[in-house]
Design a protein around this ligand. Sequence first.
Ligand code: FPP
Length: 249
Amino acid sequence: MTAAQAPDPPIGQQRGQASIPRHIAIIMDGNGRWAAKRGLSRVAGHRAGAEAVRTALQSAADHGVEVLTLYAFSSENWRRSAEEIADLTALMRFYLERELKTIEKEGVRLRLIGDYAAFGPDLAGQLERAVERTKANTRLTLVVALNYGSQTEIAAAARRLATDAAAGTVDPATIDEAAIGARLETADLPPLDLLIRTSGEVRLSNFLLWQAAYSELLFLDTLWPDFDDRAFADALEQYASRQRRFGGR
Ligand code: FPP
């Protein structure tokens, strides 16, 4: 069995024992429904969702989680109205501007996955400056997935391997799970332990498909804006109560 199939249990975590996940990813779903229930606009739901991001970030840091990966915009989200896309872009700019000082002070390192350049030079430049300013921080890594799609990411890894094989720097016979994992955007991050989706939908929606191979999956009815510190602690409890076997017994 290769390392990619059976990752070593994270430091401080024995196989099958209750513990804190090192890496949590969240599909933040339900902003629109949260707003509709209150007779509010969709952008009001996204604004409330951005506040929930703030809370989740704090909870993750407080509980000693190493990496929090958030699905902020999928490559399929371009199908939304131009107005909603503009609202989301403006909200991300506002949030970043307002939160950057706190993020720096709290020791959070910002990382990006996905083709965020598609949001235009203003947001892309602002994001890159924030990544640069926080790159030495070590308390928590916040990975924001922007214009991200897992199948595109895997295809890009395959393309890189094919290019290397054609150039003669990679022997096709040696291509294994680790070779692909090393060419994904998440290559430098710890294995994904827990993937949460809010709002009652039970789908991965093209998010971290490769990385979630051995993750615990948690589908919650809570709408994302209602995902507070109590909900975060409950999710950790559910994770701790599960027995992770990595394909063994
Ligand atoms: C899904 O809810 C949510 C999104 C597509 C956007 C997520 C964005 C945020 C939480 C705000 C900004 C993010 C950051 C990182 C500051 P939905 O609109 O699909 O909800 P619905 O399914 O109820 O309509």
